[in-house]
Design a binder for this molecule. Structure first.
Ligand code: NAD
Length: 491
């Protein structure tokens, strides 16, 4: 391999780790735009379909010939521990690239590098400690269940948190003994290539990890290749549906981490100060561009007006600004296209008769003129069936509604096609716990929000997805079980 281990310098031609070498892409050219000021900071030659095919063939060959899957788990783990260390050493570069590409504040990007390193370290530890199983014997034989990799795993990631999303797929898939093809969003390709560089520089066998940047055409090419044994996708629900249909005839296992429209429920007996801070950061953190954003606020009618005043006061404290500035709480939207999408939804809200009680527009002032900024927005007065309540916006728009009693709020909370997460705020822990069990979602937070542990399974109910990532089972998800029976014992 002709791996260039030096971290990338902007302005260089960006080479892609493809199969056994680092090459220039031969596909469409994508212009790299900083959403904080609209400036171009280079261009990326994406992978061509021919390059995608040869990277997958190299991955298949590496998974069969490199002995990676046969290595004792602690030796695979050693490589992942080293990758984790490299992420930490390259934290500043990785964080800066993510911020340049998607406008997250530098503070948040730095935290996400630390998370990506932690995720990788966690799966190294799982890899070397997970045990195989001997099941109870029902006769004179021994039965053991072994877990084997699928071969080539295709990992497809979105643009909102490319570092953690990619680490969350690459680390367990490699730990499980697979080769990986990473197809990042075209918006966040450069940071994804640099993350992959940490795994490659840690000593992975040639060809075991490739990155094929590009748009939907490259995504379709990686999904449709016959040598791919499994798909792990994070992105929008409609794209997930398309991928599930495309792979159904081949019975490919899939993990689909999809969209959300998560309810945040505030009962009258909640600690209202804590709840107001929690509700505000649940939606407006990362500019609302988070799959688990608490985008639907359901407030018990008796405290609705008072609580909304508190939420508006917290919202007014959020400072949108240059993502590199220490005092910015949120940066711009990740792209100008994403801001257009949010603006379209604000127009729809007005058509649906909503009251826009905070934000609803771009911030004013020279500091904001060139960037994709949009103010944190609160929308009230809508019916549960309205588009703003039912559809994922993926931006800083909170839709608030009152409720009367537990049955009403359960119906409202579960009344969308999504089922990713929910928040519940009450000082009656028994009530909150019981309500949590009623939520048709994969994650429930009580008196907190967006706490995420790599050790706890994560995924969606209903249209929010299929399968689970993270936790011990997060590694098993990239393996298939094989039971072996050994008989012929004497006596
Ligand atoms: P998207 O679905 O448009 O794209 C996701 C990825 O799929 C990108 O890499 C894209 O290029 C690729 N892609 C697009 N069409 C494809 C096709 N036909 N075949 C294969 N790949 C294809 O999503 P996005 O706009 O990048 O990200 C935002 C979405 O991601 C939101 O809906 C958000 O909720 C979701 N998301 C979910 C989670 C989760 O864990 N559940 C986490 C983060 C983001």
């Amino acid at each position: 391999m002709t791996a260039d281990s030096s971290p990338l310098r902007l302005g260089d031609d960006i080479t892609l780790p493809l199969g056994t070498s680092w090459d220039l892409g031969e596909g469409a050219v994508f212009s790299l735009t900083n959403p904080a000021n609209g400036s171009s900071f280079g261009s990326l030659k994406t992978a061509s379909v021919t390059q995608v095919n040869s990277a997958i063939e190299a991955a298949n060959s590496a998974s069969q010939k490199s002995d990676w899957a046969q290595l004792p788990p602690h030796e695979r783990a050693t490589c992942l521990y080293r990758a984790s260390e490299l992420m930490t050493e390259r934290r500043d570069k990785l964080a800066m690239l993510q911020t340049l590409e998607n406008g997250k504040t530098l503070k948040e990007s730095q935290g996400q590098v630390t998370s990506a390193a932690g995720i990788t370290r966690y799966f190294a530890a799982v890899c070397e400690t997970l045990t195989e199983e001997i099941s109870p014997s029902r006769g004179n034989y021994l039965s053991a269940t072994m877990h084997e990799p699928y071969g080539v795993v295709t990992a497809i990631t979105p643009w909102n948190s490319p570092l953690t999303m990619a680490a969350q797929k690459i680390a367990p898939a490699l730990a499980a003994g697979n080769a990986v093809i990473l197809k990042p969003s075209e918006l966040t390709s450069v940071v994804s290539i640099e993350l992959a560089r940490c795994f490659i520089d840690a000593g992975l066998p040639d060809g075991l990890l490739s990155v094929v940047p590009g748009g939907a055409d490259v995504g379709e090419a990686v999904v449709s290749h016959d040598d791919v044994g499994m798909i792990s996708f994070t992105g929008g629900t409609e794209t997930g549906r398309r991928i599930a249909s495309a792979v159904a005839p081949r019975f490919l296992p899939t993990i689909l981490e999809l969209g959300g429209k998560s309810p945040n429920i505030v009962f009258a007996d909640a600690d209202l100060e804590l709840a107001a801070k929690g509700v505000t950061s649940a939606i407006f953190g990362s500019g609302g561009q988070s799959c688990v954003a608490g985008s639907r606020l359901l407030v018990e009618a008796a405290i609705y007006d008072e609580f909304m005043e508190r939420v508006k006061a917290e919202t007014a404290k959020i400072k949108a600004g240059d993502p590199l500035a220490e005092d910015s709480n949120i940066g711009p939207m990740a792209s100008f296209a994403q801001r257009e999408r949010v603006e379209k939804y604000v127009d729809i809200a007005k058509e649906e008769g909503a009251r826009i009680t905070a934000g609803g527009s771009r911030p004013e002032g020279a500091a904001y003129d060139k960037g994709a900024y949009f103010l944190p927005t609160i929308v009230e007065g809508l019916q549960p069936t309205s588009r703003l309540v039912q559809e994922e916006i993926f931006g800083a728009v909170l839709v608030a509604m009152p409720f009367e009693g537990a049955d009403h709020v359960t119906a409202l909370a579960n009344g969308t096609d999504f089922g990713l997460a929910a928040g519940i705020w009450s000082q009656d822990v028994t009530k909150a716990w019981n309500m949590g069990r009623q939520m048709q979602v994969g994650t429930v937070w009580i008196n907190t929000y967006k706490q995420l542990s790599i050790a706890a399974p994560f995924g969606g109910y209903k249209d929010s997805g299929l399968g689970r990532e993270k936790g011990l089972q997060g590694l098993r998800a990239y393996q298939q079980a094989k039971s072996l029976y050994l008989g012929g014992f004497q006596g």
